[in-house]
Design a protein around this ligand. Structure first.
Ligand code: BGC
Length: 815
């Protein structure tokens, strides 16, 4: 245990500036003189990505580790015990590799189904998201490893994530977007939080004092360290003043220069820097223990990954064809059968310690089946020859198992999906196979919602999401009834993308206007009475359950609801009791109902258990923007026990005594918003409701440090620079394409594609802040001058590097 205050008093300003900056992509700076060691971080969140060679986010190789099911999958399990166990296992692997802080989990709310990172986030609902993430945090941290909960906050789209402005009303933030994080902070006490790239209502998260200090620290009591997302720092001194401690990945000379200058001219008080230093020292002191690296139980983790995948898979449709009984004449179609998509693409990409695809599992169990590819996983355009082959082979089968889904080519970190459809080659295949009249079982993979135009025509749909490295075993066991799908949807499946509120505006410019306010996910579809394909909370089982004997007990601070759940079918299975509350209609607009509690229960055939869900009254409050606090309204609250958000099984009304506080809304606002009719939620209505003006979009020209890289192309010189930067990705792609067909080629192509997306969507500033050594700040300024046609000014920038004292570790190396 170090005496931290004493240490701080011994540190020089230069050492302090080094301590609050990262280095070598995933480390904090060591201070050899005072024996302060470096702290090692690694992505996250569904397993470990400890890089072996080049340091970057998601492209280079990493050490083998267990690829667990991603958040979209675990959330569908509605079972926090899963993420807790997974967290413990990940911590064991972190210790094995000497990693002190895991970058994750991601607790952002799924606002739109096309967000490229939805696979990494849990849910559209803050309670489900917050509880699942909090359990993961507890799991990891109980294993002696810290976490960094990300991306704080309102990072709900990818296309403009580096410079985008999320414009939202405070009530939507407090009740939905921040709520998920609030629960994690208060219940699980994460060691660190990672602030997002984007702005919130005009202010970058990395320098947003309201977010990082007023809300996070003062209101929620967070006492850990705040770090940036990689390259999210803008004005370093402003960030420190706002409550940002650690800049990542660091090695940006300009940031240390700003700190030292700020100390000198008094704009950055030493106490402010000392507080950040203290927060980082606490982190280092707690997690860098110097203990020997233990061996991890790789086999147990592989098994755990499959168990979680089984508990989380959602059976969307079943006319009785599933489970298979082993006597069917099976035709298996779809390349995802052999090239299972088991994790998402980007910084969370893990090198799996072991991999079991459905094909491996079928082979291992000696299942007899015919197989054809049907489509190529790495292509999207129709492939008539492959479809033809599948249709022909179907003649010899009575049951077709069709493996379909989203691939890394259409869904990844770094960009939003272009549509909610499955790739065209797969859609055509499905259509042709439904026409054969054979029993057709669709096994889906993928990290987010897709349109299912064929849902009514097929026999069954089993969704595995991104099931992790042992997804093959889980898929086999579920198909053949060795396990029972235990999942329920953690997000709404709309019929088509046109039904998504403000879908046509999503990901189009650097402004995301959250005009729908609190009507996110099912809160919108239920209130607007919009038909959906599958509702939030929905999922079938191979067995059946009855619920009865409901009791509702009200005491001073909470309402407790109990009911008995009995497994009335022939096999073991899990049911999820979901408690929604319908609040009184008043002069405050409200969603139709909101999830306020849930419990999963595992039952053997004939077994009965009592489920108890307690809802603190504080959870029933809405956020009153005028009062600046949560308020409980008096009135009748309906407590509904549901098997999905639409299906009420048992309900009871309870009269609750709340406060008498006047509404912050005008009558027009309530009239506009109370039915969630998006046609009436205009820009003007949003401004009136939220009390804030939507600023004009920033001009595209002249180019600034905040410009998107693609905007460089407006001028001749800018195009040359853009081409030069993109050539790195192009070169990688060329090398990848030259490789022989196989896993290595596929992975390299995906890596090159991810790099291209990152390069295109980056801002000039963020690119510089995330690659300090290869594109230092004076280069970034030079780029901007060049792109604006100022050749000589550009050259001057390029020739004027930022001068800053050496890092303590460099001094040590030189000795
Ligand atoms: C991602 C983070 C990730 C970091 C480090 C960023 O680009 O947004 O989620 O943890 O890179 O790889």
């Amino acid at each position: 245990m170090l005496n931290l205050q004493e240490l701080i008093s011994k540190l020089t300003p230069e050492e302090k500036a080094a301590l609050v900056s990262g280095t070598d992509f995933m480390y904090t700076n060591e201070i050899p003189r005072l024996r302060i060691p470096a702290l090692c971080m690694a992505d996250g969140p569904h397993g470990l990505r400890k890089q072996t060679g080049a340091q970057d986010n998601g492209i280079a190789q990493s050490e083998p580790a267990t690829a667990f099911p991603t958040a979209v999958t675990t959330a569908s399990g509605w079972n926090p015990e899963n993420t807790r166990r997974m967290g413990r296992a990940i911590a064991e692997e972190c210790r094995h590799y000497g990693v002190h802080v895991l970058l994750g989990p991601g607790a952002n709310i799924k606002r739109n189904p096309l967000c490229g990172r939805n696979f990494e986030y849990f849910s559209e609902d803050p309670l489900l998201s917050g509880t699942m993430a909090a359990a993961e945090v507890e799991g990891v941290q109980s294993g002696g490893v810290g976490v960094s909960v990300k991306h704080f906050a309102l990072n709900n789209s990818e296309n403009y994530r580096f410079m985008g402005d999320s414009i939202a009303d405070e009530r939507a933030m407090r009740e939905i977007y921040l709520k998920s994080f609030e629960r994690i902070v208060k219940e699980a006490h994460p060691a660190t939080m990672m602030c997002a790239y984007n702005k919130i209502n005009g202010t970058f998260c990395s320098e947003n004092r309201w977010l990082l200090t007023e809300v996070l620290r003062k209101e929620w009591g967070f006492d850990g360290a705040v770090m940036t997302d990689w390259g999210a720092v803008r004005n370093r001194a402003e960030g420190l003043r706002a409550g940002l401690d650690l800049e990542m990945p660091g090695d940006t000379t300009i940031c240390r220069r700003w700190i030292l200058d700020g100390l000198q001219d008094g704009t950055l008080p030493m106490e402010v820097l000392d507080q950040a230093v203290l927060n980082i020292l606490k982190l280092v002191d707690t997690y860098v223990t110097g203990e020997a690296a233990p061996e991890a139980d790789w086999d147990a983790h592989h098994k755990l990954a499959a168990e979680i995948a089984e508990d989380s898979a959602v059976l969307m449709k079943n006319d009785g064809v599933l489970p298979l009984n082993g006597t069917e004449h099976l035709l298996v179609v779809g390349e995802l059968f052999e090239k299972m998509r088991y994790q998402g693409a980007g910084s969370s990409m893990i090198c799996p310690a072991k991999l079991t695809t459905p094909k491996d599992a079928f082979e291992e169990r000696k299942v007899s089946y015919l197989y054809c590819r049907g489509y190529s996983e790495n292509r999207t355009e129709p492939q008539p020859e492959l479809v033809q082959e599948a249709v022909k082979k179907a003649e010899h089968a009575d049951t077709i198992l069709l493996f379909a889904g989203l691939t890394d080519y259409v869904e990844s970190e770094g960009c939003d999906r272009e549509s909610m459809k499955l790739p065209e080659n797969q859609l055509e295949l499905i259509e042709r196979l439904t026409a054969t009249g054979k029993k057709l079982v669709i096994v889906l993979f993928g990290g987010s919602v897709v349109e299912l135009p064929f849902a009514d025509k097929v026999s069954a749909i089993l969704h595995m999401f991104l099931p992790g490295q042992n997804g093959g075993t889980a898929t086999f066991r579920l198909l053949f009834g060795e396990a029972n799908p235990g999942g329920r949807l953690s997000e709404t499946w709309p019929v088509c993308y046109a039904d998504v509120p403000f879908g046509s505006e999503f990901g189009k410019t650097e402004q995301e206007i959250y005009k729908e306010s609190i009507y996110v996910g099912y809160r919108y579809y239920l209130t607007a009475k919009k038909k959906v394909r599958y509702p939030f909370g929905y999922g079938l089982s191979y067995t059946s359950f009855t619920w009865d004997n409901k009791k509702v007990m009200v005491d001073k601070d909470a309402v407790t609801v109990t009911c008995d759940v009995e497994n009335t079918g022939a096999c073991a299975g899990a049911d999820v009791v979901q408690l929604y509350v319908k609040a009184p209609q008043s002069k405050v607009f409200k969603p139709e109902k909101e999830l306020r509690g849930y419990q999963k229960v595992m039952l053997k055939p004939g077994e009965k258990k009592t489920v108890t869900i307690t809802v603190p009254l504080s959870e029933l409050r809405y956020f009153n923007t005028r009062e600046q606090r949560f308020v409980l309204e008096s009135g009748s609250y309906e407590f509904q026990l549901c098997s999905d958000c639409q299906t009420v099984r048992l309900s009871e009304c309870v009269e609750l005594q709340g406060e008498n506080v006047s509404t912050p809304y005008s009558e027009e606002t309530v009239a506009t918003y109370q039915n969630a009719d998006i046609r009436s939620m205009t820009k003007a209505a949003f401004e009136a409701m939220s009390g804030q003006n939507i600023p004009a979009l920033p001009p595209k020209f002249p180019v600034t440090l905040e410009s998107r890289f693609t905007d460089l192309q407006q001028t001749f010189l800018g195009r040359i620079l853009f081409g030069a930067v993109l050539s790195v990705a192009k070169k990688q792609m060329k090398q990848a394409l030259a490789l022989p067909e196989g896993v290595e080629r596929d992975n390299k192509i995906k890596g090159a594609q991810f790099l291209k997306r990152i390069l295109e969507s980056n801002s000039v500033r963020s690119m510089s802040m995330s690659s300090g050594k290869s594109m230092p700040y004076h280069f970034a300024n030079g780029f901007v001058e060049f792109a604006n046609g100022h050749l000589f000014r550009g050259i001057r920038c390029f020739c004027t590097p930022v001068k800053v004292p050496k890092l303590p570790k460099q001094e040590k190396e030189e000795k």
